[in-house]
Ligand binder design. Structure first.
Ligand code: PLP
Length: 459
């Protein structure tokens, strides 16, 4: 028989998965650690159960008492799950910007949930933190788990997340990427990985993508801290500094917009089949940036904090995305990849040593007005248009027996598979056709009529 004593035993040992479509050969390998596979659906299960166990062990609560926490939802879900198993009650405060799904899920665990105003400073008596503290102090036999200052939070990741990543990468990780909410995940995990790497004479770089509007990026980079702004990504970023965040194990904090985060989270599920929340989009944006900088042969691990199922009414809802202004014309008309799925890749090359007469004959036969020159080491990416042939012959620069390469010009108007069709449109505006380049080689020609046919079929 194989079974677990209770659901809490399922926390941790989450798998890592390689990204195959969002990462190309010019980039480092990116492995995503799927924390949404924890039983409570997020990375916060690890610290929640550790905080609860430690509070019980340290006598901070007696059997049947109440755990109180201020949460963006996920910590609450972890504390609620642990409390359900261990026989405690729970009360949570949660700011009103958090998704309805998370609030409803907390209630499903039998928790009492107080929804508070998001726009209040953290020390305002009606903020989610202050209300939670007040409830815990007034309620008999209650314990405020205080994720922002409880050092069992980073410790949970030092004891579990860090070792899992080190073991599963055979110590070969070059860079860890993850967002900062309380900082517990990144601080504990990074501390462990940096210590292990130092023992092995290596280095692990730690990069934290932070939402525009959060103060962490400014504080880390020692810039003037701007007034905290409102941002819509949930679970990461903050408007005040917290005790559980250890900047000494972080090498870089980069800003990411809500729009980039949400669009990338949508792409992650559509292209890699990995259904994750908005903060996963933020983290992944940073991971892809690092993977481009590091290049092939290096290994980046990105922590995916939670599942997309708690945001279906938000980032995964087209209407919500449009209302918020995140889905513009670019997303509506689609990408080069969508067009190629529709029309396929077709390309006719001119051989560099073909003559102008031969190429002109082939163009006329096929009814096309340009051909890229087959790439080889002797020249860069070149194209020959019928207008180039006409000019070369009319000026007497070339005759029909000359090699076509003599009349060719450097190839302009290149696009990659991920580019939007708005880029293709700009290329048309410059009088060019668009040429799809993959792995450094032209693999498709996109003419105006292709886009017209594609959009007509789509409408
Ligand atoms: C969705 C989401 N992403 C990321 C995090 C960041 O984790 P940490 O608080 O450990 O920094 C959280 C934390 O609440 C979260 O809920």
């Amino acid at each position: 028989m194989h079974y677990y004593e209770n659901v809490l035993e399922l926390i941790g040992k989450t798998p890592m998965v390689k990204l195959n479509k969002l990462v190309d050969d010019s980039m480092a390998t990116v492995l995503v650690k799927l924390e949404q596979l924890n039983p409570g659906g997020s990375v916060k299960d690890r610290m929640a159960v550790h905080m609860v166990n430690k509070a019980i062990e340290d006598g901070k609560i007696k059997p049947g008492g109440t755990f109180v926490e201020s949460t963006s939802g996920n910590t609450g879900l972890g504390v609620a799950m642990a409390s359900a198993v261990l026989g405690y009650r729970t009360v949570f405060t949660i700011p009103d910007k958090m998704s309805k799904e998370k609030i409803d899920m907390l209630k499903a665990f039998g928790s009492e949930v107080l929804v508070t105003r998001t726009d209040l400073p953290h020390d305002h008596p009606e903020s989610y933190v202050e209300i939670a503290k007040r409830i815990a102090s007034e309620l008999p036999n209650a314990c405020y788990t205080d994720q922002y200052h409880n050092m069992n939070n980073p410790e949970a990741h030092y004891l579990t997340t860090g070792p899992e990543i080190w073991n599963d990468t055979d110590g070969k990780i070059d860079c860890l990427v993850g967002g900062i909410g309380t900082g517990g995940t990144i601080s504990g995990t990074a501390k462990f990985l940096k210590e292990k790497a130092a023992e092995a004479g290596r280095e692990v770089r730690v990069v934290c993508p932070d939402p525009v509007g959060s103060i962490y990026c400014d504080v880390f980079n020692k810039r003037d801290v701007r007034e905290p702004g409102i941002y819509r990504v949930e679970g990461i970023g903050h408007d005040f500094m917290v005790g559980t965040l250890d900047f000494s194990v972080i090498d870089e904090v980069v800003e990411v917009s809500d729009r980039d985060s949400f669009l990338l989270a949508r792409k992650l599920v559509r292209e890699e089949g990995i259904f994750a929340g908005g903060s996963a989009g933020t983290a992944l944006w940073g991971a892809l940036k690092v993977a481009k900088e590091l290049g092939p042969g290096k290994l980046v691990v990105c922590i995916i904090p939670d599942s997309g199922d708690r945001y279906v009414s938000k980032y995964f809802d087209d209407e919500w995305m449009r209302d918020m202004g995140y889905l513009g014309i670019e997303e509506r008309i689609g990408s080069v990849s969508n067009l190629i799925d529709y029309k396929g890749r077709n390309i006719e090359f001119a051989e560099p040593d073909e003559t102008i007469t031969q190429v002109a004959g082939r163009m006329s036969e096929m009814g096309i007005s340009q051909m890229p020159i087959k790439p080889d080491d002797s020249h860069g990416l070149m194209m020959v248009h019928e207008i180039d042939l006409l000019r070369a012959l009319a000026t007497g620069e070339c005759n029909g027996d000359d090699k076509v390469i003599k009349a060719a010009t450097p190839l302009n108007g290149t696009v990659s598979i991920d580019d939007s069709l708005t880029k293709v449109q700009r290329i048309f505006d410059n009088g060019e056709v668009a040429v799809l380049i993959e792995k450094g080689t032209p693999t498709g020609i996109i003419a105006k009529i292709d886009v017209v046919e594609f959009l007509a079929a789509k409408s």
